[in-house]
Design a protein around this ligand. Structure first.
Ligand code: ADP
Ligand code: MG
Length: 318
């Protein structure tokens, strides 16, 4: 792309704090700390599919970094370095500058060094790769859930889905709530401190990007277990306050993606540790069910009746 080097120099070149060599060479030089495992994850955002082409570039930059950093949180890792590969239809200075500021702001908020990437002309597409560190064998994977473990979810799951339904005109949110729901959609907050604090506590974990039930199904499959969700334990209050109707609130909570909250399982005897952690981080942590030894996903309704439920996660190829 003409002006590629100029773009890189002006928008993609920042000082680093813990990198031997960053932007400007053929490769970056990183030095993981002794005893640490390197954790690597890539996420792509495609215009028209993951975001509206007219999306605010600052928020898009933030989100491209945040969704990747969230994968580090989900592994109980500390995010350390990130690269951004970018395809742009045209090099609009103002747009690229805002995108870079958003990406950079998120990196700074989580002490992540932006160490390289690629810039080319093409249909708008952002692909970041993040590198994190975790003490050897301390990562929390998807395959460790065991019969009897509690199932927990952090924060305010479902708010981003309400924001999206509002943007699409499918739902009217009550005054004052649309801003907070849209903020959750556009500016997700990776739960890095929580993820790291769950080392040695959580038996399995992931970040919810495609929907609570659909993502829970990944844990169940990898761990070869089932789950019972308790309807009365679901954090519906904020969602009900925002939209006033149970059905869309429930759909947003169980099927909506894009919140990047952490979904994790913890042995019963560590319940107190999780509760203390929530107080310490000033983050609501909701215990929403338990892991079963029989397979399948079940909902225990308020009246005690148990029914099978479908893990209807959002399918990118539907
Ligand atoms: P090469 O030709 O060796 O692939 P490039 O010309 O693509 O190198 O990139 C030059 C330098 O600029 C590299 O260090 C690369 O990591 C960096 N870079 C390119 N695009 C970006 C970007 N979007 N964000 C950060 N660094 C970038
Ligand atoms: Mg080269």
């Amino acid at each position: 792309m003409p002006g590629e080097f100029d773009l890189i120099r002006r928008f993609f070149h920042y000082p680093t704090s813990h990198t031997d060599l960053g932007v400007g060479d053929d490769g970056a030089l990183l030095r993981p700390r002794p005893g640490m495992q390197l954790v690597v994850s890539t996420d792509m955002l495609v215009a028209g599919h993951h975001f509206f082409p007219q999306a605010d570039p600052f928020l898009l930059g933030w989100k491209a970094a945040a969704v990747n950093i969230s994968d580090m949180a989900a592994m109980a890792a500390e995010p350390r370095w990130i690269t951004l590969a970018l395809a742009l239809p045209q090099a609009d200075d103002e747009w690229v500058g805002a995108l870079a500021r958003g990406f950079r702001d998120c990196c700074e908020a989580y002490c992540v060094d932006w160490i390289g990437g690629d810039t080319t002309r093409g249909p708008l597409n952002l692909c970041a790769t993040v590198f994190g560190e975790v003490p050897a064998d301390a990562a929390v994977r998807r395959d460790g859930a065991r019969h009897g473990d509690d199932i927990w979810i952090s924060g305010w799951p479902g708010m981003a889905a309400l924001g999206l339904a509002h943007l699409r005109g499918e739902l009217q949110l009550l005054d004052g709530w649309s801003e907070s729901c849209l903020d959750r959609l556009h500016r997700p907050i990776p739960r890095v401190a929580l993820g790291m604090a769950l080392r040695g506590v959580a038996s399995a974990m992931l970040d919810v990007s495609d929907g609570l039930l659909g993502d829970l199904a990944h844990i169940l499959e990898r761990s070869q277990v089932g789950a019972m969700i308790e309807e009365t334990a679901l954090p519906l209050d904020a969602l009900l306050a925002a939209c006033k109707r149970t059905e869309p609130a429930m759909a947003a909570l169980l099927g909506g993606g894009d919140d990047y909250e952490l979904l994790f399982t913890v042995p019963r005897e560590k319940r107190g540790q999780v509760e203390a952690l929530g107080r310490h981080l000033e983050l609501p942590l909701h215990r929403i069910g338990r892991i079963l030894d029989k397979s399948g996903l079940w909902l225990q309704r308020g009246d005690g009746v148990v029914e099978a439920i479908a893990a209807s996660g959002f399918d990118h190829f539907a």
